[in-house]
Design a protein around this ligand. Structure first.
Ligand code: DAT
Ligand code: MG
Length: 138
């Protein structure tokens, strides 16, 4: 069975949208198999976002992700990686379709980094790598 890493980012936790995000995942039919509220540190985030190192939004992204607690989740189900990316919607919340998490609940805040409530792994390889970073015990 496929697994993905979902993060409710600091904006989602601050806005009390953890339940809303998890509810959409569960109503879609995916199972939550691990979950934790945590404060991510720089080392963890640099590892998680390694593909973006050197980009202009990298430092703002790391700072934003350290700005408050996040909720890390492993969800499971056939094609859950693709399925959660569809539930999340496009990276840019202005472009994200209504009906998606980002499209319904996020907007452009005029910040250096896009604040879009959630992260979802984008491939099987990323999911395995990212789950190992956040849940080494799994
Ligand atoms: P996604 O989270 O949809 O997989 P990504 O992996 O390309 O998007 O980027 C990671 C996060 O960085 C993204 O959720 C928001 C932010 N981001 C991406 N591209 C950006 C850009 N051009 N300007 C500002 N922030 C950006
Ligand atoms: Mg990504």
């Amino acid at each position: 069975m496929e697994r993905t890493l979902i993060l409710v980012k600091p904006d989602g936790v601050k806005r009390n949208l953890v339940g809303e995000v998890l509810s959409r995942v569960e109503r879609k039919g995916y199972s939550i198999v691990a979950l934790k509220l945590m404060q991510a540190d720089r080392a963890l985030l640099v590892q998680h976002y390694a593909e973006h190192e050197g980009k202009p939004f990298f430092e703002p992204l790391v700072e934003f992700m350290m700005s408050g607690p996040i909720v890390a989740v492993v969800a499971e189900g056939n094609r859950v990686i693709e399925g959660f990316r569809k539930l999340a919607g496009a990276t840019d919340p202005t472009i994200a379709e209504p009906g998606t998490i980002r499209g319904d609940l996020a907007r452009d805040q005029g910040t250096k980094v896009v604040q879009n409530l959630v992260h979802g792994s984008d491939s099987v390889e990323s999911a395995i790598r990212e789950i190992h970073i956040f849940f080494p015990e799994l």
